[in-house]
Structure formats: structure tokens, C-alpha cells
Design a protein around this ligand. Sequence first.
Ligand SMILES: NC(=O)c1ccc[n+]([C@@H]2O[C@H](COP(=O)([O-])OP(=O)(O)OC[C@H]3O[C@@H](n4cnc5c(N)ncnc54)[C@H](O)[C@@H]3O)[C@@H](O)[C@H]2O)c1
Length: 473
Amino acid sequence: MPSSAIGIPERTNGHADNLNRTVSNSFNELSPSPTATFQSPPSSYGGQQRTSAKTLKPFHTQDIKVLLLENVNKTGQDILKKQGYQIETLKSSLAEDELIEKIKGVHVIGIRSKTQLTAKVLKHAKNLIVIGCFCIGTNQVDLKYAAENGICVFNSPFSNSRSVAEQMIGTIIALARQIGDRNNELHQGVWNKVSAGCWEVRGKTLGIVGYGHVGSQLSVLAEAMGMRVIYYDVVNLMSLGTSAQMPTLEALLNQADFVTLHVPEIPETINLISTQQLEQMKTGAYLLNASRGTIVDIPALVSAMQARKLAGAALDVFPNEPAGNGPKFTNDLNSWTDDLRNLNNIILTPHIGGSTEEAQAAIGIEVADALVNYVNFGTTAGAVNMPEVTLRSLTIDEPNHVRVIYIHRNVPGVLRKVNEILGDHNVDKQMTDSRGDVAYLMADISNVNTSQIKDLYQSLEDLGSRIWTRVLY
Ligand SMILES: NC(=O)c1ccc[n+]([C@@H]2O[C@H](COP(=O)([O-])OP(=O)(O)OC[C@H]3O[C@@H](n4cnc5c(N)ncnc54)[C@H](O)[C@@H]3O)[C@@H](O)[C@H]2O)c1
């Protein structure tokens, strides 16, 4: 593969490493990201690459240094290796001083939940352009510091949706048949063969609150078992199968035999199900929560179970959860824990809805895809700390085009100055967005010859608002 002759420093704050950057792209061989497949058909601005997409090659892929910690899944490692990046993988996380040493030279770091990327650590990451959290949470990263220093952060919030939906299906049947209690009894040596209060799920109504990634997967699975599915969501959403959207939460609660919660934790959803909502449920119905612990008012649930208003419940998430495994699910954690543990037909699981081998593999693919898209094309779709900006690919028919990425402080007058610099060329397409104090501009410009690229880059670097400039071509 031909490589570009012009080196473009990554950072000019005294730490430029003058990378000669050449990038290959094997997009079409990668598995699709779950994010891209749910309710987000490929658009001209989406991550899907056209077959004639041009390979942006502003650097040698082998110059991109990637550090993968905490045994990142092989699926992710393979995608990054295919790009030709230099990859170092470690099975565990690193202590702060070791991490500071290692992070100094890398452009990309992949972590899971244990590695703490604090401002103190990131301060030493002079070449770092992107962080991949191969997990759901991102609270181990100082997201604000990263954004303010032009470091984009990705995670994988939706790779485990199917795993959660499948757990819900299993749990619905287990509740309907009181399998948890029978299992406990038999473990105590007690044979208790009963059919009273045990039901088939066929023909029963499942009420899904929150019809997003998890809720919609569950909808399809539940219908396959002969359940009638209704759902409530604050957004009007296309029903899958023969499911039906309810106009209000109350309407759903009035009709459902099983109510299952799949909403995000936001101020409006805290205690979404409390005493009033429990009263609105059918007597003998079941409640399942695998979203976030604060969505259900648990003392109110305990009262409803004790009063036999509900026939059963399942909780996979709790307002306070232990940081590690062990005998920690006690009243010290949440004052009502013992009350919950003493109820019949309540299935309690330690936040394992999304914990499967398949979800780990999907996380590897989703995050590695996002890293490759960011390194090679500058697209921030799915970023957690930067505005989401994508442009459709350059094509092979556009040989003298370059893609300018300019991460800058969100201050008045920047766009005018940037466009003065770009104005000598034809700006084919441009997109900019801001998130807090940081703005991300991406522009594809044409009729740029190789000798002009460095000037273009330098002019942008010289602007006072600059956080980070990249020119891909
Ligand atoms: N237990 C686990 O291991 C596990 C795993 C994955 C996700 N989760 C949690 O499950 C929940 C759902 O995840 P998801 O990926 O489906 O999220 P999502 O963002 O895809 O879907 C959430 C849906 O809830 C809707 N919604 C928001 N506020 C609402 C309200 N007040 N009433 C009704 N609907 C509302 C949204 O419009 C959206 O359609 C999240 O809280 C997530 O953190 C838990």
C-alpha cells in the first residue's frame, strides 16, 4: 500500500511525534455493531461505509500504538490487529505509576472497569487520541478531562441487550411456576409438589416499560412464547410483531400480568414504580426490574408483596450494589435487604442480566469498531464525552479530498476563523457540534494538493481555540 509522504504531528503542545500515517480499512469484513442495527438504518451520515469508500491513509497503521488492558475480549483484539496497529495486551489492569509510564507513548488505550484513567494519569498521555471502555460503565474515566484534552471515549452500552432479554424470559417463566421457591425448598431437602398458583405464560399479557434495545428484544421473544405484548414508552415507537403501544403507564399497569422495566435511570424514572403504580397493577401480577435499582421504590414493593397484591417479583438491580463479590447483600447495603430476602417468589440476582460470554464478545466488536472508525475516519458516533459527528465516507472518485477534524473550545467566532482557513478550498461537506465546552468540527474539502496539507494543518493549529487537529487524506 502506498503511504503518504507528509508527516503530520498529532499534538503540537511540545509532544508531537511526527507520525507518518497510513491507514487501511477493512470495514466490510467486520461484524455489524449492535448500535448500528437497532432502529438506526444506515444513512448517508451513518457509520456504514459504501463499497467504493476511500481508504483514508494519513498515517502508517503500524505507527498507531494500542495498549489493551484487563484481558479485552479477543473479538476486539482481532479487529484492531487486522488494522495493522501495534498492539500490546495485558491481562490485568495496572497500578497508577505503571499506567502512567505505559500510557505515555500510546495513541489508543482499551480498558475495562478496573483501570482508573484519572486526570493525573491522562496528563501523561501526550499522544492519546481515544479511549475504548470495553464495558458498559465509564465512571472509571475522567470524561471531562479527556474531552477537554481532545481524547474521545467510547463504550458499549447496547451489546448485552439480548442477554438481558433472554434472562427476562427465563425469569418470567420461573416466577409463573414459582421455580425459585421450589428450588430453594429442595436444596433444603423439602419435597413440595404443588400446582396451585402456578401458570403457563402462553396467553398472558406482558407489559414492557421502555421499548428500547432490551424492551424490543424481549417483545419478540415473548410473542414467540404466545404472550400478548403491550408496551409503554415516552417516545412513539413502531411496534414489533403484534405488540401494541399503550397511551399511559397506568393503562399498561392495569392490563399486564407481568410488568417488566427497561427504562434508563434519569430523574423522571426514579421511583417510577411506587405505591400508586403498584396499586394500579392487577392483583396477582408480577413485577420484574433489570434496568436500574432506583426505578422501583423497594419498600413499597415489599409492602405489596407482603399484602399479596403481587404474586411475585424479580430484581436484578439495586439502588446500592456491592463493589465486589462476596457475602455483602445485607442490610448494611440497603436497609430493607432482609425484608426482600424473606419474601416468597421473589427472584434476586446480582446484576447479571447482561453478563454472558456473547455480550463480552459483542462488546469487543462494538468498541473496537468505534476505535477504528475514530482513528481512521474521525467519526465520533457513540462517543460518551464528545459531540457525535459523522460524515459519509469519501469515495475513491475523490482523490484530492482531505478530511479535517478540528476539536476546539466552544467559544464565539471559532467557526468564522476555521472557515476562513478552509475557504481557499471547496468545502464539500461539514458538520460541527458541541458538548459543553468542547466542540468537534469535521469537514471534507476538495482540490487540496499534498503540499497544501501541512499549511492547512498548521493554520488550524495556530488558532487559540485549538484542542486537537487531525487531517486525514
Ligand atoms: N441488568 C443488566 O445487566 C442491564 C444490562 C443492560 C442494560 N441495563 C439497563 O436496562 C435499561 C434499558 O436499557 P436499554 O439498552 O434498553 O436502553 P434504551 O435507551 O435502548 O431504551 C430505554 C427506553 O426507555 C424509554 N424511556 C425513557 N424514559 C421513559 C419513561 N419515563 N417511561 C417509559 N419509557 C421511557 C426510552 O424512550 C427508550 O425507548 C437501562 O437502565 C440500562 O442501564 C441493565
